[in-house]
Design a protein around this ligand. Structure first.
Ligand code: TXA
Ligand code: MG
Length: 349
């Protein structure tokens, strides 16, 4: 398949490309596009044949439902009813990195919802994405624009790397500034439940509705008795090719243990990367040392996380040693993604 790539520098000047990509969606094709969280791979959410193409392009498991992206808050044609909490959350956080789960109407095919009776919906806060949805005239189903299992792309080059030749169109824009996928809140259950942590933190959600809980299975290794409620959260995911280990504890102890492990791996002729913070950069002097950002700005760490994991693969390292972060605010999303990327290989020190 020939993929057309168009980089959008200015939505007004480059509107023809977005129109063209909108027509591709309308005609049942696939388009990768930027959002503020990560890049998405879109198709007409109401067209089952189009949606199947997303699953094929990504190699995505059939039981993992897609999020539907909209450009307006009028959801009445897509969902059965909108509880007050959902309305309040939409009014507060849309457009933005929040997906709301609601009971779907039959207009949404089973392929999009992976057979579930509910559907996740989100209005992205990105000009190109919103224009694409508007000009296609369709709600757009879009998972992250990576090959299944790999870290989500936050830059267009990574979409091209994963999807060139597998999709019809790639629209490029700025790098995604949140860097981790949207927060998902299930509004069909009481109390409303966070199924995936993201850019909108639990603290921010609880300001809108103090009852909101978080899926207890999210931060632990899934077992038969305790599985995450979002189908996609049970898979190994966001994973680099290298073996990733997370070392978590007090800063000095963490540095000490990482340094010991580093020596040990390097002695055995392994190539090793260290993921750390600006503050700790100078504490290491061997291996490929990468800063995720300042420990004072967890939002920076989130923004750089997936790109750093992909860089480690570019460097061809066998091991990645990453320091852990506090699970407060967006730190919860960071640790959730790191846990999954590491296959829950966490060393508490
Ligand atoms: O930020 C985002 O949400 C990005 C951008 C492109 O918008 N999209 C994204 O999609 O992360 P994806 O497919 O990579 O992740 C969707 C997650 C999966 O874990 C899936 O299982 C869950 O949402 N999900 C979707 N619909 C659901 C539903 N009805 N019930 C429970 N979980 C659902
Ligand atoms: Mg994904």
């Amino acid at each position: 398949m020939k993929t057309k790539v168009a980089i959008i520098n200015d939505v007004r000047d480059d509107i023809e490309y977005i129109k063209e990509a909108g027509s591709v969606i309308k005609e049942g094709g696939t388009v990768a596009f930027p959002t503020e969280t990560v890049y998405g791979l879109g198709a007409d959410a109401l067209n089952s044949e189009a949606v199947k193409k997303i699953f094929i392009a990504k190699g995505r498991p059939q039981d993992n439902p897609l999020i539907v992206h909209v450009s307006s808050k009028d959801l009445s044609y897509l969902v059965k009813d909108i509880p007050k909490v959902a309305e309040d959350l939409m009014n507060k956080f849309w457009p933005g990195p929040l997906t709301i789960i609601l009971d779907k109407k039959d207009i949404i095919p089973d392929e999009t919802s992976a057979g579930l009776s509910t559907i996740g919906i989100r209005m992205p806060n990105n000009e190109i994405a919103l224009k694409l949805i508007e000009l296609s005239g369709k709600p757009i189903a879009a998972p992250s624009a990576n090959i299944s299992g790999r870290p989500s792309p936050t830059e267009v080059e990574r979409c091209i790397e994963d999807l060139d030749g597998r999709v019809d169109y790639i629209l490029g824009g700025d790098r995604s500034d949140i860097g981790v996928e949207s927060t998902i809140v299930d509004c069909t259950v009481e109390p409303p439940m966070v199924l995936r942590p993201g850019g909108i933190t639990l603290e921010m959600l609880r300001e809108v509705d103090a009852r909101i809980e978080i899926d207890k299975a999210l931060m632990k290794k899934p077992t038969d008795d305790l599985k995450p409620k979002a189908p996609g959260m049970k898979y190994r995911h966001y994973a680099p090719k290298a073996s990733l280990k997370i070392i978590r504890g007090k800063n000095e102890k963490t540095i000490e243990i990482i340094s010991e492990m580093l020596e040990n791996y390097i002695d055995k002729n392994n190539k090793v990367a260290i993921l750390t913070t600006d503050e700790n950069l100078s504490r290491f002097n061997k291996g490929e040392i990468i800063s995720l950002g300042s420990e004072k700005e967890l939002s920076q760490i989130a923004q750089n996380l997936f790109e750093a994991l992909r860089k480690c693969d570019d460097l061809g390292v066998q091991y990645i040693l990453c320091q852990g972060f506090e699970e407060d605010g967006v730190g919860l999303a960071i640790m959730n993604r790191l846990n999954k990327a590491a296959g829950y290989d966490i060393i508490d020190v």
